[in-house]
Design a binder for this molecule. Structure first.
Ligand SMILES: [Zn+2]
Length: 375
């Protein structure tokens, strides 16, 4: 399997180039539609025209491509087409391969993962390896929270024997076995403006209240339990001599367990400003629930497939969430981080290690063919 893919690495890299050269920012519906059409025709070509369905419409639409197999059960390959890079990034940072490193917007997160997933199934079929039905699900709003696609992803994955997430990995033997939940909140405060020198008692400072809230929130972090709190944005007021009428705070919380997620959410909900004249609005919540329990059979299967590929096994629990969190919370066995080897997700230096594409593809193929429900 690994040598089959290695032998056609140029073709695989050409496919990757094609996907990267169609920019697909989460925020651009027309580019996403074009990218989706190209993706569908490319998958049909590689998988010899299997059935394609589009679930839902608009930014939350999910592409579903089924490749029926001879073994019982359904294995879901889960990916997303959207990237965090705005249209025009490609002109500045075109697709390139230099010294075995591929670059370009979205190459690592996660177009290389999509390419590896599709080639893994094509290679299994070419080698005549029996496999269960594979259902490729590709969303287009993952980088903006998957609010439109999550219901379709859960419904289309129902009953799957395994969910293999094509998000970026790290090195050749990386898999991601658990991910923290991600909570995102915005707090806006409205107080009463006044002259800070002449009439301070008439004022009620929105800035002071959100500064106090910041201290309170930071105190909720529990690094030992895996709970982190980041007030990434704190803004408000107009001038030093004016009691601030408006302030705003954007908060990112990560939690490893549901208990911790609830603790922080409840503490935020229970907080009240010291000055009752300041009105506070809290919006947001847990965007992706904690995924704390690895799927033991999938992890063991990955361990043995990686061993057979003679690379070190590198299972990781990570702080970043993905749609894997959503499907794990729906009770499905999930293994994540099965996409590219490389680094720099969401950053200018994102890159894919081209020489690791065959081993990463072979890992996926081994997981698909040997999924737990398959005899
Ligand atoms: Zn991603």
């Amino acid at each position: 399997m690994r040598s089959l893919v290695a032998g056609r690495l140029d073709e695989v890299v050409d496919d990757l180039a094609q996907l990267v050269r169609t920019e697909t920012p989460s925020t651009d519906p027309s580019l996403l539609a074009r990218g989706a059409a190209e993706l569908v025709s490319w998958v049909r070509e590689r998988w010899r025209g299997e059935s394609v369905t589009t679930l839902g419409e608009g930014p939350g639409a999910v592409i579903q491509v089924d490749a029926p197999g001879s073994l019982p059960g359904v294995v879901v390959l889960l990916g997303h087409l959207d990237t965090v890079f705005e249209a025009g990034t490609l002109a500045r940072r075109p697709f390139s391969v230099v010294d075995g490193i591929a670059r370009g917007p979205g190459v690592f997160d996660m177009k290389a993962g999509l390419v590896q997933g599709v080639h893994a199934v094509a290679a299994l079929d070419e080698l005549g390896v029996p496999r269960p039905t594979v259902r490729l699900l590709v969303s287009a709003d993952e980088e903006v929270g998957s609010l439109g696609s999550r219901a379709a992803l859960v419904a289309a994955s129902s009953g799957a024997s395994a969910v293999l997430v094509l998000e970026p990995g790290g090195v050749a033997g990386t898999v991601k076995t658990a991910r923290k939940g991600v909570g995102l909140w915005t707090v806006t405060a409205t107080g009463v403006a006044a002259h800070a020198g002449l009439d301070p008692e008439a004022g009620a400072s929105a800035v002071h209240e959100l500064a106090a809230l910041t201290t309170h929130l930071v105190g909720l972090a529990d690094p030992a339990a895996g709970t982190t709190v980041n007030v990434g944005v704190l803004t408000g007021g107009t001038r030093p001599n004016v009691v601030a009428e408006h302030a705003r705070l954007d908060l990112d919380v990560r939690a490893r367990t549901t208990g911790e997620a609830e603790r922080v959410g409840e503490a935020l909900a229970a907080w009240r400003p010291a000055d009752g004249r300041v009105h506070v609005d809290v919006s947001g919540g847990w965007n992706r629930p904690p995924w704390s329990e690895p799927a033991p059979e999938l992890v063991e299967r990955a361990r043995s497939v990686v061993a057979s590929l003679v690379v070190p096994f590198d299972p990781r629990e990570v702080g970043g969430g993905s749609d894997g969190n959503i499907l794990a919370a729906a009770g499905l066995p999930v293994l994540d981080g099965l996409g590219a080897s490389g680094g720099g997700a969401h950053a200018e230096h994102e890159h894919v290690v081209v020489d690791d594409i065959p081993v990463r593809t072979a890992l996926l193929a081994g997981l698909v063919a040997g999924s737990p429900s398959a005899p």
